[in-house]
Design a protein around this ligand. Sequence first.
Ligand SMILES: Cc1cc2nc3c(=O)[nH]c(=O)nc-3n(C[C@H](O)[C@H](O)[C@H](O)COP(=O)(O)OP(=O)(O)OC[C@H]3O[C@@H](n4cnc5c(N)ncnc54)[C@H](O)[C@@H]3O)c2cc1C
Length: 325
Amino acid sequence: MSENTENVRCLIIGSGPAGYTSAIYAARADLKPVVYQGMQPGGQLTITTEVDNFPGYPEGVEGPKLMEDLQKQAERFGTDIRFGVVTSVDLSNRPFKVVADDGKTLYAETLVIATGASAKWLGLESEKKFMGSGVSGCATCDGFFYRKQDVAIVGGGDTAAEEATYLAKLCNKVYMIHRRDELRASKAMQHKVLNTPNIEMLWDSVPEEVLGDMSGVNGLRVRNVKTGESRDLAVTGFFVAIGHKPNTELFVGQLELDEMSYIKTKPGTTQTSVEGVLLPAMYRITITGRPSPLPERVAWRPLKQNGSWAPEQMIGQRTFNLKIC
Ligand SMILES: Cc1cc2nc3c(=O)[nH]c(=O)nc-3n(C[C@H](O)[C@H](O)[C@H](O)COP(=O)(O)OP(=O)(O)OC[C@H]3O[C@@H](n4cnc5c(N)ncnc54)[C@H](O)[C@@H]3O)c2cc1C
């Protein structure tokens, strides 16, 4: 075997909360996991300031600090963490062949995919400028900071509708901006939004510019696509809820994906369509029968020595917005 070829028992692609959590369990099961961090070491939480909903941090924690702690915890049990991007996988035979941009070809007995999902953004310059200081991609994460204030949200699907009603409970007023004259959300969610008194719908409208200064967002310019007229909303928060895109391009044609390109799992398991290829140890389950997706239950599935998952261990309910691919 050449020095650029390696056999590993458990290879984890991705270094967000899901990747490091998997690594902690795999390392403790003595599976000697190797983590490839990808282009965003620490994942999406490294671009946020305050994380208030992670258990164990009573005063909240900065995203980069949280991810540094998770990395250290994974390393403490012997995880081999590497800076590099996985560029191709071949899942047709086990061990699985994985090629990374550090020149390594790895043969993995078990593969855990923790490549996350990327929030879609509008692409406005001002949106980028005020990211984290008034612009957010997650109402359930950041809504708390805008209690009793006026905010705006853009989007028209179920997530946007859920987030708008969530914000309406915390905020004084919520402007919901949608480019069409009807929401895409389910009828039940539409009904909820349209019957919430402090949500004002701005139909046929698109955000044009996020307004603000050194202290953050203080307004949003919105254009009506039918009349061409613009108006400025006096808001301190702007939430973008136009969807997520799972980072699953690597697995197209190799794993079963659903119509939204999320990886399919066997019901009640983290097992994908290929045995030995798993989704992360921590995942989100929406409790059925609840009108909103919160709270979510978080389950931990320790990885056993043989690379299969032990039965789920529920650790309670909390509002953690971890989305896995
Ligand atoms: C600005 C912002 C603020 C947020 N605030 C909160 C909050 O306060 N509370 C909360 O609960 N949630 C919050 N979220 C959501 C939270 O960040 C995500 O739900 C969470 O990070 C998802 O974790 P993950 O491990 O599944 O994926 P991610 O964090 O997206 O990590 C994916 C990882 O995969 C790696 N990767 C992808 N492709 C490859 C490849 N080919 N090779 C190797 N590695 C690869 C990436 O480099 C990255 O490390 C926030 C999100 C954003 C963007």
